[in-house]
Design a protein around this ligand. Sequence first.
Ligand code: NDP
Length: 293
Amino acid sequence: MSFQSKQAVTVIGLGPMGTAMTEAFLAAGHPVTVWNRTAAKADALVAKGAERAATVEEALRAHELVVLSLTDYDAMFAVLGPAAAALSGRVLVNLSSDTPARAREAAAWAEEHGARHLTGGVQVPPSGIGSSESATFYSGPRDVFETHRPTLEVLTGTDYRGADPGLAALHYQLMMDIFWTTMSGWLHAVTVAEAHGITAEEVRPYATSIVSSVPGFLSFYTPRVDAGQHGGDVDKLAMCTASVDHITQTAKDAGVDSSLPAAVLEIFRRGLGQGHADDSFTSLMETLRKPAA
Ligand code: NDP
C-alpha cells in the first residue's frame, strides 16, 4: 500500500499515550498532524515525519479524523472549546479517560458543533500501543466506528461496545476498578512484607500465583452472581470477615497503614449486620447497592 493511500490523522495531546499513538501511525505510513499545548513535545515527532499544527484550529482543519489523547475531558473542553468553530465535519476519537457521564456530555457537545464523537477507553500503557493484541473499548455511532476501524486498529485491537457514547468509558472504568483495587492490594501486601524484612521480589511468585487464581474464581462466581445466587455453600461471609479482620490486624501489628483492608472490613461487617453471615461474600452486592450514608 502506498503512503498516499493511508488515512491522514490529526493527534491532539502528546503525553506518553499521544506520542506513542503518533509514532504508531507514522510507522504504519499514515500522514499525521500533531498539536500539543506544550509545543516542544512535538519536536521529536516532527523529526520523524509528523506535521506540526501551529494552532488547534489548524490541527482540526488538517484532517477529518482527529484523535484526542488528553488527561481528561476537562482538558478536552479547554483545548477544543475556543476552537469549536473548526469542529464541523470532524470525527473526534476521544481516547482521553473520564466518566461515562462526561463522555455523553462531550458527544452531545461535539454533535452540536457538527462533529461526530467516538469514545475510546485504551486498556494498555504506551508500550502496548501499536499491538493488535492490546484492546481499546469504543462506543458511539457504529457507522463512524466501522469507517475508521482500520485506521484505529493501527493503535490497538478494537472492541465496539455500542452506540451509547458512555459505554466505552463505562467498560474502561469497570476494568480500572478491578485494576486499581488489585494493584493497591498488592502494594499494601508488599509494604507489610517490607515491614518484616521481606522483599517484593520474594513475594512475587506467591503474588503471581494468587492473582493467577482469580480467573478460576471469576468463572465460578460469575454465573452465580448473574443468577442472584449467593448461597454460602463454598464461602460464608462470617468466615470472610474474620479473614479480612486478620489482614487488617496484621497490618496494624506491622505499623503499616491499615485503612485499605479496614475499608473492606467495614463493607463486610455491614453485610453481616444485614443478616448475610451464612451467605457467600458475593451477597455483599446487596450492601454495595445501598451506599453507606
Ligand atoms: P498525560 O496526562 O501525561 O498527557 C495528556 C496530554 O494532556 C498532554 O499532552 C497535556 O499537555 C494535555 N493536557 C492536560 N491538561 C491540559 C489542558 N488543560 N489544556 C491543554 N492540554 C492539556 O496523559 P497520558 O498521555 O499518559 O494519557 C492520555 C490519556 O490516556 C489519559 O486520559 C489517560 O488516563 C489515558 N490512559 C493512559 C495510560 C497510560 O499508561 N499513560 C493507559 C491507559 C489510558 P501538556 O503536554 O502541555 O502538559
